[in-house]
Design a protein around this ligand. Structure first.
Ligand SMILES: [Zn+2]
Length: 334
């Protein structure tokens, strides 16, 4: 336990990762020295874990923390008057719109798998809770045998790397979509479409590269559309990134769809249908979203959103003009 806590302290105080920031982080916050995390990680309340089952699989949503950013990052094509009306009625900020970082742990027998482990400090000072939360569950990083990445944006891969550049989960094979590996890691990506300054884009890219570099020897690249592990099917979801993949997790007749970043927030990208500003191919992303949302509505699939209000579970249904989100009721049985 001591070693885990010591290691965690290293992660939380690391200035190396902090030099690279992601979506929605102010320049001042990005350039501030990394202070020790002030979160009472063992307080025992509001710790950010939620347990449920998918057939025989024990699933736990684990909050790595939160991020916040300008609303145009998350709702590119919204009319300003509509934004004012919708967010004003909901008393939500347009300059610091809040999103979650929901990682997922899957346990089946002795097999332990993480889905999109989260940002660590790559996206600002309010991430970086994952490893402490795993410790609360009695797990060390070495207990994780596989990690499935839906896409390689820094808020999803930042936790792959320790502050010293080593792999945070040393025994885990890391499944990465091949098109993202090529686009972000092998090549120099053009992210000039992003609604952020050039220096932000450079930090965004660098953070992806150093996170993937840390695990390069353990990466298993996959083409979206194939089963990467028993019961975990990847579903092509191109548009947000070149290789983004949704996931269908199935066991014993139950199914869960991991929606990755098809939508940032149900209010913005499901109920309103606004387009995320970070989609690299907006039209492809729109078609992907409609295809998978139609399937989810028709099959009444349980959905999980990485950035949705915690724990990110719910269903959607069709309306006359689009879709509407229904959060799943809290279940205390786990
Ligand atoms: Zn994301």
């Amino acid at each position: 336990m001591t070693s885990i806590l010591s290691r965690r302290r290293l992660l939380l105080t690391g200035a190396g990762i902090g030099a690279v920031t992601g979506l929605g982080v102010s320049r001042a916050a990005a350039q501030a020295p990394q202070a020790p995390c002030r979160v009472a990680v063992s307080a025992g309340i509001n710790t950010g874990t939620y347990r449920f089952h998918i057939g025989d699989i024990r699933a736990t949503i684990i909050s790595d923390g939160t991020i916040a950013g300008n609303i145009r990052i998350y709702a590119r094509d919204a009319e300003q008057a509509e934004l004012d009306a919708v967010l004003g009625a909901a008393h939500l900020s347009q300059s610091q719109f809040p999103l979650q970082l929901n990682a997922m742990l899957l346990e089946q027998g002795s097999r332990r798998i993480l889905i999109d482990p989260g940002a660590n400090l790559a996206m600002g000072p309010n991430g970086g809770r994952l490893i402490s939360r795993l410790a609360d569950l009695g797990l060390a990083p070495g207990d994780i045998e596989a990690i499935v990445i839906t896409h390689t944006h820094p808020d999803h891969v930042g936790n792959l790397r320790n502050q010293d550049g080593t792999a945070a989960f040393p025994k885990a094979g890391v499944y990465v979509p091949e098109p993202d590996w090529q686009f972000f890691y092998i090549n120099e990506p053009d992210l000039s479409h992003l609604p952020m300054p050039r220096d932000f884009q450079e930090r965004f890219i660098r953070n992806i590269k150093i996170s993937l570099e840390a695990v390069a020897g353990n990466v298993i690249r996959y083409q979206p559309g194939r089963e990467v592990l028993p019961g975990i099917m990847t579903v092509p979801a191109h548009g947000h990134t070149p290789g983004m993949s949704a996931l269908l997790i199935a066991s014993g007749g139950d199914q869960l769809m991991v929606t990755a970043d098809l939508a940032y927030h149900p209010l913005l990208n499901i109920d309103q249908g606004w387009m995320p500003g970070v989609d690299i191919d907006g039209e492809a992303a729109r078609q992907t979203r409609n295809r998978l949302f139609d399937r989810a509505a028709a099959d009444n699939l349980l959905l999980f959103g990485f950035h949705f209000p915690f724990p990110g579970l719910g269903r959607l249904y069709r309306t006359g003009s689009g879709y509407r989100w229904l959060p799943q009721a809290w279940d205390f049985t786990g």
